[in-house]
Design a protein around this ligand. Structure first.
Ligand code: FES
Length: 549
């Protein structure tokens, strides 16, 4: 019974009248519109405007839109500060808050407007929990900046730090780049974590193909948002709820998209978490298997080439990627897309700009190897994620340089104490240890800038920005905080990384390791308060998605 017709809901009606609603409004299906608008970052700045257009689409299709918003944490703004610990934790808070609003208000359908990195998986996790017909609207990428005649993104900013340190740029040039790198609203402008997860939302079937890859400030975005409002009502009519959309086959396609587009290692965490919320089986090794079989077919930064998200959209967008992947037989077609199309429809609808050089075929890809690999070994018995970035298989053996925090390592790099051949180990940065798995961009950017990106390996129980590249392995599990082998490494120990064998090993005699284990004590740290305390008490292994439920 609607609120308008339930005698006992008169008090509720009084509040709805207070918002200008009529009895007729109250008899319409209610579509919740969750936005992650946050005025602290460019990534999600357009969400309120988009929400208004979604609401219009909902109304046109006969529904009653009700907007609400939740938080978001910018990875870029918090990087290299203690605030970075909040980033991954925010995924859980966002998921919980959308879930709570859904449970409280009993929306008939939901639209989630997402942008910055954590907001995308968080919303999908919440929608899976609520399981009402749902649509994801990815708000879109930032335009690239222009500097010295070339397109630049936030990746260039971080690498410029290293170039300043070795004297290739001075501070004035760095500041000038900062003024040009990010020209307006939108998410980081290539296949970093946000765009990777936006694409995941497409391939999971929750976001209509062709909407997410419209840049945030393109005028086409508002019309697309209005259409999303209508799609939500159509999804309601078809009962296209997440449990019918996010299936094993859809999850497989999402993993393929990460591999084929050179996506971020953070996708591993988020795919594991989404699978868990959707009740689907997914082991971390399965992601590695798919990535081994799928080449990188887009020439996007940072793994496939030098193109930006804008270039991808101009070339034909993710719909064109669907066409290429279908041609290669890499996608499972027995999936439900929220807008009622099939993958074959999406491929047929795809436009390809003549002469485009961003989306290739699987037969002639940009890189024959996928974006990432899963390694196991004596240093990571429960697995870790290697950012392969399309590189050929490699073997790296070197002495460990151990740091108990990202900040200590950053200082050592600045002082020139890291040399070619080293294996940097940054630990106590895992889900519970950090807490919150800080991203290591303040390390990887300067390493690349100093020209050490391919000669120094980095192993951590923390994680990496989608912008990071180089010989980097993260998500080492078990983490140091829980006494994983990474906690036992000492300066000078030999570490061997073999991507072809899928192994990462600490070469220390077993007896010596047993002695170290017996002597190991978890390092004392400042007493955590508030949300950090709750997080440490509940968060699980990175190899299970670092979820808290
Ligand atoms: Fe928000 Fe990159 S920091 S998308």
């Amino acid at each position: 019974m609607s609120i308008a017709d339930d005698p006992d809901r008169a008090p509720a009606r009084s509040h709805l009248y207070a918002m200008g609603m009529t009895d007729e409004d109250m008899r319409r299906p209610v579509v919740g519109i969750a936005t992650t608008w946050t005025g602290t970052m460019p990534c999600n700045l357009t969400h309120r405007e988009l929400a208004a257009h979604v609401a219009e689409g909902v109304r046109e299709a006969g529904g009653l839109p009700m907007e609400f918003n939740t938080i978001a944490v910018s990875d870029n703004l918090t990087m290299h500060t203690p605030g970075m610990r909040a980033s991954l934790i925010s995924r859980e808070v966002i998921a919980d808050s959308i879930e709570l609003m859904g449970r409280a208000h009993g929306f008939d359908a939901l639209v989630a407007i997402v942008g910055c990195d954590k907001t995308v998986p968080a919303a999908i996790m919440a929608l899976a929990r609520l399981d009402v017909p749902s649509v994801v609207l990815y708000s879109g990428s930032m335009m690239p900046g222009r500097w010295r005649g070339r397109d630049v993104t936030i990746q260039d900013m971080w690498e410029a730090l290293g170039e300043r340190e070795v004297g290739r740029l001075d501070q004035a040039e760095l500041d000038d780049l900062a003024r040009h790198a990010c020209p307006g609203a939108g998410t980081c402008a290539a296949q970093y974590t946000a765009n990777t997860m936006g694409t995941v939302a497409d391939f999971l079937g929750l976001a209509p193909f062709g909407v997410g890859d419209i840049p945030a400030v393109a005028e086409e975005k508002n019309a697309a948002a209005r259409r999303v409002g209508q799609v939500a009502m159509e999804a309601l009519a078809r009962d296209a709820r997440p449990s019918r959309v996010v299936t094993e086959d859809a999850l497989h396609n999402a993993i393929v998209s990460v591999a084929a587009m050179g996506g971020s290692t953070n996708a591993v965490l988020h795919l594991l978490a989404i699978a868990r919320e959707a009740g689907l089986p997914l082991e971390i090794d399965r992601i590695g298997e798919v990535c081994r079989q799928v080449p990188i077919i887009t020439g996007l930064k940072p793994s496939g080439g030098d193109s930006t998200a804008l270039d991808l959209w101009r070339a034909g967008g993710t719909s064109l990627v669907v066409r290429r992947l279908l041609e290669a037989g890499l996608l499972r077609e027995n999936v439900t897309l929220v807008d009622g199309r099939t993958l074959a429809d999406v491929a047929a609808d795809a436009r390809e700009t003549p002469g485009q050089g961003v989306v290739a075929s699987a037969a002639e890809p940009f890189k024959r190897r996928g974006a990432l690999a899963i390694l196991r070994g004596s240093l990571a018995p429960d697995g870790c994620v290697l950012k392969l970035g399309g590189k050929e298989d490699f073997r790296h053996e070197g002495p460990a340089r151990v740091f108990d925090s990202e900040a200590d390592c950053y200082v050592a790099i600045q002082e020139g104490l890291i040399v070619a051949g080293d294996v940097i180990v940054v630990r106590y940065e895992g889900p519970a240890g950090g807490p919150g798995m800080r991203e290591m961009l303040s390390i990887t950017g300067p390493l690349v800038g100093r020209g050490l990106g391919s000669s120094v390996a980095l192993v951590t129980d923390g994680r990496f920005s989608g912008v990071s590249h180089g010989l980097v392995m993260g998500h080492v599990a078990p983490e140091a905080y829980h006494g994983g082998p990474i906690a036992l490494v000492r300066d000078g120990d030999t570490i061997v990384i073999d991507s072809a064998a899928g192994t990462v090993d600490l070469v220390v005699p077993a007896a010596e390791l047993a002695e170290r284990r017996a002597a190991w004590r978890r390092p004392a740290r400042e007493v955590e308060r508030g949300v950090l305390t709750k997080y440490v008490a509940t968060v699980g292994s990175a190899s299970d998605g670092a979820v808290t439920a």
